[in-house]
Ligand binder design. Structure first.
Ligand code: 6R9
Length: 654
């Protein structure tokens, strides 16, 4: 394309505020009838049978929804099923020879698993876990990077009815120990190491440090990812994955029949207090919901090659790398490494090599691609792409349009999907073949989802005004509780907007938003003490307690400040004890303290030493002001402060 034309196109794109779904896409889409919104509405909650029908049930359920004990809802009651049978066994006849997992390592090696092969390995590892003593309902922790053994271990657990709890491999030893202790998990599946930017990274030392902090007895399985590059002595309670699986060669294990409401997995996530929350997801509701949304939103078909570039250590990977795509019998791509290794076209090389149909990624990645420039995707044939998706944080219109033009070639719809660990699957997004897309706005709630934007009092706000997202009807993929903490489940998510006397239960996701005349919702970000760094949820309290754990630190406040690439970055304000000196050394100790206790993703962007923190008269730290300072914004009203001068002093330092 010639220069001037290109510029004209850019100008048109920059102004365009809405986009129709591409014709070619609509014709072939799984869901394309706009009546679906009304159908779900008129037939609620029975409409959710549409989701349940995507699964194979051992025994039919009695009722779609039981709401006798709100907000402890039950879905598809007395239905029986097994998640691994739904993701594997039922595909064997028709799709046994088709690829289930297409894995690519960072160094370029590949591993392919057909449904037949994946079924075999899952059976063998499930038999091995049973042999080690894992029983139904035992919680098995996984601390693994993006290697095939991670989904294999998850499905093996599902097969024997043992819920898994996956801890992101980038998290620290402390985080692993906290989660294992909180869940009383006696089993761990981990690996010796993995590759990052070409280097073999030791993971086992971190796992061992975590295990050393777990007070109860544990049994560990270790996957050998790095071969001879890294040798670790295994203790008596640690077993080599390959040996265990070899011992079970050819084993076949009947999938355990699980109740719809039996736990499928736990996923720990950050919240307002320092203690991570163990979000509990169940077998029937969760699996139906992620299958339905994979079908309706990601438009996944069995013959597709589908790629979600998230990490399985987060909910996005659970729902949309493992469970949703495999339940639908498609080929799911897994990539071990970073998007710029060995070069910045790695993602596009993968799309071209495997003929990827759908790409689901995060705004933070799109911002990086945009910064690297369109010459990288231009080196590759991306014409296999049919749909694009984003998740994890708000996407600004500029990044959306770049993605639309340079990756989708203006022929792929984009689904900007808002959801959370707690919601299990997508909640607010356009359906890709229905209605227009508006860059920057996620879209309307999905059919059957009743989400609103309300003010402090719970009244719906006028179009254009800022408010809070609420959801006033349950949905199958919702969390059932916080593990062993029903009380916190109610207080965190339901107390703010429910009227329990009137039996009105409203879920509060703790996100701010705006809504327009067409009912499209634009998410503004978290309104609690959670910082969203590159789409990863971090609790300010967790960071603060890590900082205060550093010798010499008296008090700390962590806030999120705007960041061009990461969306938000961590800023910590620190008060030192007498006798300790501000400076590079102290700063390094604080950064190290945070990395050690949470992980490198929580690494502070800046450490700001201050003799005081701005506090209200009742002694609460004014985080808003600290955020404004971090952002270089004009400071709002400081008159309610106990110590108004302090903010000026801090601002001067930055
Ligand atoms: C799936 C996932 C949840 C928080 C959520 C919100 C933010 C997710 C978004 C989005 C704007 C989107 N978020 N998707 N914000 N637009 N499309 O990310 O789960 O890690 O639990 O984070 O992420 O703030 O509350 P989780």
């Amino acid at each position: 394309m010639s220069e001037p034309e290109d510029t004209k196109l850019e100008a048109r794109l920059a102004e365009q505020e809405s986009f129709e779904p591409p014709e070619s896409f609509v014709e072939e889409a799984n869901v394309s009838d706009p009546d679906i919104y009304d159908e779900f509405e008129e037939n609620w909650p029975e409409c959710w049978e549409r989701a349940a029908e995507l699964l194979t049930w051992e025994e039919e359920y009695d009722e779609v929804l039981v709401d006798d004990d709100e907000p402890f809802y039950e879905w598809f009651t007395n239905g029986k099923l097994n998640a691994s049978a739904n993701c594997l066994d039922r595909h064997l006849d028709d799709r046994g020879d088709e690829l289930a997992i297409q894995w690519e390592g960072e160094l370029g090696e590949t591993r392919e698993y057909t449904y037949e092969e994946l079924h075999r390995e899952v059976n063998e590892f499930a038999a091995a876990l049973s042999e080690l003593g894992v029983e139904e309902d035992d919680i098995v922790t996984m601390y693994m990077p993006m290697i095939p053994e991670l989904p294999i271990a998850m499905l093996a657990c599902a097969r024997i009815g043992a819920p898994h709890s996956v801890v992101f491999a980038g998290f620290s030893a402390d985080a692993l120990a906290t989660r294992m202790k909180s869940a009383d998990s006696e089993y761990l599946v981990t690996c010796d190491g993995y590759y990052r930017r070409g280097d073999g990274l030791d993971h086992m030392t971190k796992a061992n440090e975590g295990l050393a902090d777990v007070t109860h007895d544990t049994t560990t399985v270790v996957v050998d990812r790095l071969g001879d590059e890294l040798e670790h002595e295994l203790t008596e309670n640690q077993h080599d994955y390959d040996d265990l699986v070899a011992d079970q060669a050819g084993a076949s294990l009947e999938p355990v029949v699980r109740d719809a409401e039996d736990m499928l997995f736990l996923m720990y996530t950050s919240g307002t207090t320092g203690q991570p929350k163990g979000v509990k997801h169940t077998t029937g509701g969760y699996l139906s919901y992620v299958s339905w949304t994979s079908h309706a939103v990601l438009d996944v078909k069995p013959a597709d090659t589908y790629w979600c570039s998230a990490d399985i250590g987060w909910i996005t990977g659970h729902s949309y790398i493992v469970y949703g795509p495999l339940a639908l019998g498609t080929t799911t791509v897994m990539y071990e490494g970073t998007p710029d290794y060995p070069d910045k076209d790695r993602m596009w090389e993968i799309v071209e090599n495997y003929g990827v149909d759908q790409l689901y990624t995060a705004p933070t990645a799109i911002r990086a691609f945009m910064k690297w420039g369109s010459r990288y995707p231009e080196q590759h044939d991306l014409s296999s792409l049919r749909l694009l998706g984003t998740v994890g944080e708000p996407i600004n219109p500029k990044a959306w349009k770049w993605y639309y033009k340079h990756i989708g070639g203006e022929e792929c719809p984009i689904v900007d999907t808002w959801w959370q660990t707690e919601t299990g699957g997508m909640m607010i997004t356009t359906l890709p073949a229905i209605g227009e897309m508006k860059p920057g706005s996620a879209g309307p709630p999905l059919p059957g989802i009743s989400a609103n934007v309300v003010d402090e009092a719970g009244e719906e706000v006028a179009p254009g005004e800022a408010g809070y997202v609420t959801v006033d009807r349950p949905w199958p993929g919702m969390l059932r509780t916080l593990y062993r903490n029903d009380e916190r489940f109610v207080s965190e998510y339901w107390e703010a907007y429910s009227d329990s006397d009137a039996d009105e239960w409203v879920y509060f996701p703790e996100d701010g938003a705006k809504i327009d005349e067409d009912g499209y919702i634009t998410i503004l970000g978290r309104v609690d003490d959670v910082i969203n760094v590159s789409g990863h949820r971090l609790g300010t309290m967790e960071i603060e307690s890590a900082v205060v754990g550093v010798e010499g630190v008296a008090e700390a406040a962590a806030v999120g400040g705007d960041h061009e690439m990461k969306g938000e970055a961590v800023y910590v304000y620190v008060i030192l004890e007498d006798g300790y000196e501000e400076g590079a050394e102290m700063e390094a100790a604080i950064v190290e303290g945070v990395e050690e206790s949470i992980g490198p993703i929580a690494r502070p962007e800046e450490v700001i030493f201050t003799p005081e923190l701005p506090k209200t008269r009742s002694g609460k730290i004014m985080r808003r002001l600290l955020e404004d300072i971090a952002n270089g914004d004009e400071l709002g009203n400081t008159s309610t402060l106990r110590n108004p001068d302090v903010v000026k002093d801090i601002a001067k330092k930055l």
